[in-house]
Design a protein around this ligand. Structure first.
Ligand code: NAP
Length: 300
């Protein structure tokens, strides 16, 4: 099977960009979204609109890209959900969202009961990275499901890391995003330290980005930190959700994560204070600056 048809469930920031990539590469894509209006632009680009998740049974691959555990449950839990009318022609259900291992395991069990392979394929890369074809996937699930999903994985990103046959990919994603939360908070702290000591954020980050501790992530976030442009690629709320999922996993396994605990509090303070609610995760900078008693100005 070279070009499977794809039923896409969830047209948020990530889902929309991923569907655009598939349409650009000639895939047949049907799209369902809880808020149907958000599918309109994709229909104009060639997608068909699906009335309900169960319509995915007429496609080869179902791919969900929804917010959280509750949304995943809402997809397959209800009597009229994704799995309610049997597998039809569906070979595999792939979930690319960042969810807990428990939610993924429940979805996998429900899919298995319905005779469908379930594959976890959380993604690393914001919508801009996805659009550029630079996203990577951590993947776990039964071999047959992974192989059925592979043409879609290859069309969507630049690399696929198969890490197990159950929900190990969800663990890999939560660990990666835990690191992201910690690094974001650390970048904010050093940016404010530099500012108080008389170094511009642009100069400091240019040096960090060229040093051994610089990273693609510090480079992506430089514009936000320097220009104070917090248009979200991933929101403070989304990043806190992921930090909490990783902390829940860590608590269940008695694996203390003091740095992540601190970062989770920093995101909560940024959201609760109103400084960064609904903004890009880089807005933790505003909380660090406030705590340091300074008001930042955009550097252009
Ligand atoms: N943005 C990033 O940089 C990034 C990167 C990697 C992974 N992720 C992960 O990708 C997933 C999607 O992120 P996003 O940035 O695309 O989020 P988003 O723009 O907020 O979109 C969320 C999607 O989930 C749907 N949804 C939310 N609650 C639902 C529910 N109860 N039932 C059904 N659908 C529901 C939304 O539908 P409505 O339109 O009806 O609200 C929307 O389609 C998340 O798990 C996120 O952690 C994001």
């Amino acid at each position: 099977m070279s070009t499977p048809s794809v039923a896409w469930l969830g047209a948020g920031r990530m889902g929309t960009t991923m569907v655009e990539r598939l349409l650009d590469q000639g895939f047949e894509v049907g799209v369902w979204n809880r808020t149907p209006d958000k599918v309109r632009a994709l229909v104009e680009r060639g997608a068909t609109q699906l009335a309900e998740p169960a319509d995915a049974r007429n496609f080869d691959v179902a791919w969900s890209m929804i917010l959280d555990d509750r949304a995943l449950e809402a997809l397959h839990g209800p009597a009229d959900g994704l799995l309610s009318q049997g597998p039809g022609s569906l070979l595999v259900w792939v979930d690319g969202s960042t969810v807990s291992t428990e939610a993924a395991s429940r979805a996998a069990a429900a899919a298995s009961d319905a005779g469908i392979s379930y594959v976890s394929a959380p993604v690393s890369g914001n919508p801009g990275v996805v659009a550029a074809g630079r996203a990577i996937f951590a993947v776990s699930g039964p071999d047959a499901g992974v192989e059925a999903a592979r043409p879609v994985l290859e069309a969507l990103g630049r690399a696929t890391y198969v890490v197990g046959e159950q929900v190990q990919a969800n663990v890999v994603k939560l660990a990666t995003n835990a690191l992201l939360a910690i690094v974001m908070q650390a970048l904010a702290e050093v940016a404010v330290l530099g500012e108080k000591a008389g170094v511009s954020r642009a100069d400091l980050l240019a040096f960090i980005n060229d040093s051994a501790v610089g990273s693609p992530f510090s480079s992506y976030k430089t514009k936000s930190l320097v220009e104070l442009d917090f248009t979200p690629t991933f929101t403070t709320e989304g990043q806190r959700k992921d930090a909490r999922l990783a902390l829940d996993l860590a608590a269940a396994l008695e694996s203390p994560m003091p740095l992540l605990s601190t970062a989770e509090v920093a995101f909560s303070r940024t959201i609760a204070s109103g400084l960064g609610a609904g903004k890009d995760l880089a807005a933790v900078l505003l909380t660090v600056a406030r705590d340091a008693g300074i008001t930042l100005e955009p550097e252009m």
